[in-house]
Ligand binder design. Structure first.
Ligand code: NAP
Length: 270
């Protein structure tokens, strides 16, 4: 993955300005960027993995692409004089979070992790919780079903192991893998989607079962509500164990942590 860096080179910052690195890719990361933009106490950069070729425009500096593991991230922190880091990656992006924890320990730069609460099954939900995407593919069973796949494009190939089903997958961009399931319809759409649209889609495509990650949050929840209303089962892939720093639950809490618990190097005596 080529790295694109729109961040400025290290400069002599005013003693009271704190350099913040946000590890992003979520709506919470964008909301935090919005809170930090124009706040003269901070100079923030948003880092994106580069999974989409046309990410949403951001109000702060962005950089795109991997750092090169925990070592690369620690190097980046030192070179760019990062003073506080917020991990606002997706609940399933556990590698990036492990690297953030390791780099924070190595450099002494404080880390807060924005953790989105998972969805909880409600009355009327018919969830089958499975530990992995591979387990989700086998939980579909041997009889042909019409499956709505909402797992992102990186793991679509896993369903090639269950080629007997008809799949409808919704993605922002086309998948790059060659080994996809044979009976696959791709819907290239970017959310949010409302409840009515989700009900219509599930009905029009005659979906029997949905496969989902437990992303939490409100942006993609209407598909879960639609499944409940239509009495459809959901195969729910469990979250990975994500290493974390100081846990915060919202962009506002992350902002409060930055103000009260992190401090510019000048004040830390670094
Ligand atoms: P990951 O497995 O945790 O990360 C893999 C590598 O991608 C990291 O080691 C890092 O490379 C790079 N990376 C990830 N996030 C980054 C960021 N914000 N800035 C710079 N580099 C970053 O995460 P993933 O591969 O992106 O996704 C894992 C799961 O999360 C998938 O199931 C995916 O569907 C889901 N997900 C991810 C995103 C997203 O925006 N990333 C959004 C929605 C869903 P280096 O080691 O080289 O630094």
């Amino acid at each position: 993955m080529p790295t694109m860096d729109s961040q400025r080179a290290p400069v002599q910052l005013a003693a009271s300005v704190m350099r913040v690195l946000i590890l992003g890719g979520t709506s919470e990361a964008s909301a935090l960027a919005q809170l930090l933009a124009g706040d003269r106490r901070f100079e923030a950069t948003l880092s994106l993995a580069g999974r989409t070729t046309s990410p949403r425009t951001q109000p702060i500096a962005t950089r795109v692409g991997g750092f090169g593991g925990a070592d690369g991230l620690a190097r980046h922190i030192e070179e760019q004089v990062v003073e506080a880091m917020i991990d606002a990656t997706h609940p399933y992006a556990d590698q990036m979070s492990a690297n953030a924890v390791a780099a924070s320990r190595r450099t002494g730069v404080p880390l807060a992790s924005l953790v989105r609460a998972p969805w909880q099954a409600e009355q009327g939900d018919d969830w089958n919780d499975v530990p992995s995407t591979e387990a989700a593919a086998s939980a579909l069973g041997t009889t042909k079903r019409r499956v709505f796949l909402t797992v992102g494009r990186q793991e679509l190939h896993v369903f090639a192991a269950a080629p007997q089903h008809r799949y409808v997958a919704r993605l922002i961009e086309a998948p790059q893998q060659a080994d996809l399931p044979p009976d696959l319809v791709l819907l290239r759409q970017r959310g949010p989607f409302d409840l009515e649209a989700e009900r219509r889609l599930l009905g029009d495509e005659k979906i029997d079962v949905m496969v989902s990650k437990n992303s939490g949050g409100s942006a993609t929840y209407p598909k879960i509500e639609a499944a409940r209303q239509l009495g459809l089962p959901v195969i729910m892939i469990a979250r990975p164990d994500k290493p974390a720093g100081h846990v915060v639950a919202s962009p506002t809490e992350a902002m409060a942590w930055l103000v009260h618990h992190a401090s510019p190097r000048s004040r830390r005596g670094v």
